[in-house]
Structure formats: structure tokens, C-alpha cells
Design a binder for this molecule. Sequence first.
Ligand code: SF4
Length: 235
Amino acid sequence: MNKKLDLEKLNREFENKTPQEIIVWAVKEFSPEIATTSSFGTTSAVLLHMAAQAKPDIRVLFLETGFHFPETLKFRDELAARLKLNVVNLKSVLLREEFKSTYGNLYEKNPDKCCFLNKVEPLKIALTGLKAWITAVRRGQTENRKNVQFVEEYEDGLYKINPLATWTSGHMWDYLKTHNLPHHPLFEEGYTSIGCAPCTHAIRSGEDERAGRWSGSEKTECGIHTFMKKKQNSK
Ligand code: SF4
């Protein structure tokens, strides 16, 4: 059972730690009530490799929205087999056919609701009872993410661990190369950040790595990193 954590002190200390050291700390502190999420996107193998080394049976939560590129599902299966991952596929409460007949192409009409039903709601259910959630969020990815801390506490008592907070895209690619890990096959076609197929486009030269997500709209986040309320003492 973990005691009350001094987040300010921890986050200061973690500025000088490697992501692997932060993950090892989190596994020791919160196991077995700990899980990680993965989109099985471009450089997802980095966090998955680190997490599986620290805790081989760690639950890897994957939001199986029903709208993924076939390449993503294939990449998930190949990476899971290679790293012996304990992948848990999370689906919306509504069955796929029921979802389609009720909402049609909801991603066109109301993408926030589509993300809520297919991502936020299933994740909320899966996080119930957990003490910690390890994510691959990095400060450099978007304006919204620039203040992300290594450890954050949320109002329902869940700690979010962001071991890669200070890593750049360059660090991610170096890690893949060093450990001979694969990247998502659509990267070569210009997809630098990969989510559901209807809401993901290839980017043009000079654009941010997440510019292809919901491009042409104001939406930049699916909601899984914004639905929880942070505790006051968590920046
Ligand atoms: S990313 Fe698009 S298709 Fe996927 S859940 Fe969100 S709105 Fe729906």
C-alpha cells in the first residue's frame, strides 16, 4: 500500500532519472494495480518495451474502437507476440453493429461523442480499481501537453505516470534503433501519429507530429488524457 506521495519532490528527482528508472519505481510502488495504455502507433514500441521489461505481465490497455487501420491491428498483434505483451482490448459498451445502427458515422457528426463512447468510457471502466496508469505522453507533442509532469495525481486517487515526459521524437527513434524495435508501418506514408483511420491523415513536411489527427478541426485530443480532474497539488 503506497503512502501519500510528495509529488513536488518526486517530479524534481525524476527530471534526472531515465524513463526506465521511473517505470521501475512505479511498478514497485503500485503493483499489481498498475497498467499502461498503448495506441500501437508510430513509436509505441518504446514504452511497451520498457514497461514489459519492468513488469512482463503488465496489462497493456488498447482501445479497440473498431475504426483502426488494419495495419495498426496487425502491428499490435506482431508487437504483442514479439514482446510477449499482456494486451487487453477495450471495446465500447455498445456492440459494434448496435453502435453503427444507432449513430452511423458519428466521427463525422460528433467526433467528441464518438471518442467518448469508443475511448473514454471503456478506459474509465478499465481504470477503475487501478492505482497507476503509465502513459506515453510527451511534453513536446502538443501545446496541451507542454506542462505534463512525470507523476500526476487525479481526484479519484489514480496516479498517472508519464515517464517519457521530457523525451523528444529523436529520443524515441534512437531508442527504437538501439533496441532493434519496429515502428508502425504507415510511418513511411507520412503518418507520424496514428489513431483511428477516419480521423488520421498523413502530415505535410514541417507540420507537428500530431497535425494529422482530426486535421481541419479544432479537436486535438480524444479525451482520454483530459477527462480526469487533477488534484490541486498536482501541477
Ligand atoms: S478518433 Fe475518430 S473514429 Fe476514433 S473514436 Fe474518436 S472520433 Fe471516433
